[in-house]
Design a protein around this ligand. Structure first.
Ligand SMILES: Cc1cc2nc3c(=O)[nH]c(=O)nc-3n(C[C@H](O)[C@H](O)[C@H](O)COP(=O)(O)OP(=O)(O)OC[C@H]3O[C@@H](n4cnc5c(N)ncnc54)[C@H](O)[C@@H]3O)c2cc1C
Length: 374
């Protein structure tokens, strides 16, 4: 008899299994995918670690979490600094003085600020004329926050590709803040700690799951595991919550991403790990050149090849991988209803992005699991 049957070997399941095992509990981890690690899993292609489910950059201000992951594998100091491409013209992200210099040719923060404030005021005037006091959609929200140039060049079409709908039909809440930095600083995250495990994320998963019984290619939906009470005293479930309840209240909506990955006969194709394509003429949202997460300087040229993935965003149909929850009114209400059902399940803990129908970064997932054991 196991103490815990853990469904899902992503960061939630793997961290839980590690902490429970450390406390003398007997755990069995199952995952329906053919590998462990959930979305942080990487495939080795041409000597390069490829982020199979989209690029993952670990970042946190929490020293405890940073020290925790570094115990399993040391992390490098990769700094996320994506570039945006709009009709062939490149802009640095996040929005900072480099971006404003590329966009308007300004070099002083005061000049950039004046342009942004003027364009924000234009948006406010336009809305007031239309009798609107609170932004009704994402377009209005973004125009009020950063003005029309940044919105049209770097936000509008990228967001429309991500969500498959025009910005004026998307809810304003998707964009809560759009920070602009009045310094020349392309570091995307504000966190104290950020990086990628040296040798890849699989090392983190292997470290967390070392010595723990794991079965891949094993779906919880099959009868044998559905009757888990014959096998384990407790269940930790990190799969989709609507699936657990047989979709009895309806299906939760997700966005999915499909990846087209190419091996290219050049050591350095785009000179950066992440390039966002912010115009509609390019059908994908971004391209990822995986080697730049782990190879720097001369090392990039030691491997004559490179691996690049294009990301295409679309509505998630049954059988596809759910990536991003669509936290609109309908889905939030449905997720809440499922979570009420979940509360009534005895000896079952629901956790992680699929079971909670919530986008989480990696560090908060680890923090959540560690708190459970305090
Ligand atoms: C495209 C993308 C990019 C991201 N980039 C970043 C980033 O840069 N930085 C960051 O901090 N975070 C990032 N994240 C978030 C990160 O992926 C999550 O925080 C993390 O994966 C959550 O772990 P989890 O264990 O909850 O889920 P998952 O990693 O999804 O693990 C759940 C596991 O459960 C398994 N499972 C589901 N149903 C069943 C079933 N019925 N039977 C058996 N197994 C089942 C699945 O196969 C999966 O392996 C990103 C997420 C996405 C989608």
């Amino acid at each position: 008899m196991y103490d815990y049957l853990i469904v899902g070997s992503g960061l939630f399941g793997a961290t839980f299994a590690h902490e429970a095992t450390r406390r003398g509990k007997r755990c069995l981890v199952i995952d329906k995918r053919p590998h462990l690690g959930g979305n942080i899993y990487q495939e080795r292609v041409e000597g390069i670690n490829v982020h199979k489910y989209g690029p993952h950059i670990f970042h946190t201000n929490n020293k405890e979490v940073w020290d925790y992951v570094n115990r399993f594998v040391p992390f490098n100091r990769y700094t996320n600094s994506p570039v945006a491409c709009y009709h062939g013209k490149l802009f640095n992200l996040p929005f900072n003085m480099n971006t404003f210099c590329q966009m308007w040719g300004v070099t002083a923060p005061e000049e950039a600020m004046a342009i942004i404030e003027e364009q924000k005021a234009e948006a406010r005037t336009e809305m007031t004329k239309a009798g609107v006091s609170v932004p009704r959609n994402l377009r209005e929200q973004a125009l009020l926050l950063v003005g029309k140039d940044i919105f049209e060049t770097l936000i509008k079409e990228y967001t429309e590709k991500q969500w498959g709908r025009p910005c004026h039909e998307l809810p304003a809440f998707i964009i809560k803040r759009l920070p602009v930095r009045m310094v020349f600083d392309n570091n995307y995250f504000n966190d104290t700690y950020q990086g990628i495990p040296i040798g890849g994320y699989n090392k983190l998963t292997e470290g967390l799951l070392e010595g723990i019984e794991c079965r891949t290619g094993t779906d919880f939906s099959c009868t044998d595991y559905r009757n888990w009470r014959n096998k384990a005293r407790n269940l930790v479930y990190t799969g989709a919550i609507d699936e657990y309840f047989g979709y009895r209240l309806g299906r939760l909506d997700w966005r999915t991403i499909s990846f087209r990955t190419h091996v290219c006969d050049t050591p350095n194709l785009q000179g950066n790990a992440v390039v966002n394509y912010t115009s509609h003429d390019v059908p994908y949202t971004r391209t990822i050149e995986h080697k730049h997460f782990e190879m720097f300087g001369e090392e990039v040229y030691r491997n004559p090849k490179t691996v690049v993935s294009e990301e295409y965003s679309s509505e998630c149909r049954p059988g596809q991988e759910p990536f991003y929850p669509i936290n609109d009114e309908r889905n939030n209400a449905l997720a809440k209803a499922y979570s009420s059902l979940a509360e009534r399940e005895e000896n079952v803990l629901f956790g992680g992005r699929l079971a909670e129908y919530k986008y989480y970064d990696m560090a908060p997932i680890i923090e959540k699991v560690l708190r459970l054991f305090e």
